[in-house]
Design a binder for this molecule. Sequence first.
Ligand code: ZN
Length: 106
Amino acid sequence: MSLQRIRKGDVVIAVSGVGAGKTGKVLEVLPGRGMAVVEGLNIVKKAVRKSQKNPQGGFLEREAPVRMAKLMLYCPHDKKGVRMARVRDGDTLVRKCKVCGHVFGG
Ligand SMILES: [Zn+2]
């Protein structure tokens, strides 16, 4: 497994587990835990205590991290989750879709 397969700002698709088939933007990567926070995926309700900001208290909805093993890069051309290859482009390595050759940002 190569490091940084998925990066902040990537669009990914959940391939298994909670929200399978859903796409979303990566908001945060937690490499040490092998997890990522994806927009709109794995929403959990968090209880909020009454405070000045939240006089009613109640629940706050926010994304909980999901295992990166359950995510794949989403290719806008293939409209599905794809494997990527690392290809040297001059001095840098770029990530390319193995199916159609689309180059992912970063
Ligand atoms: Zn592709």
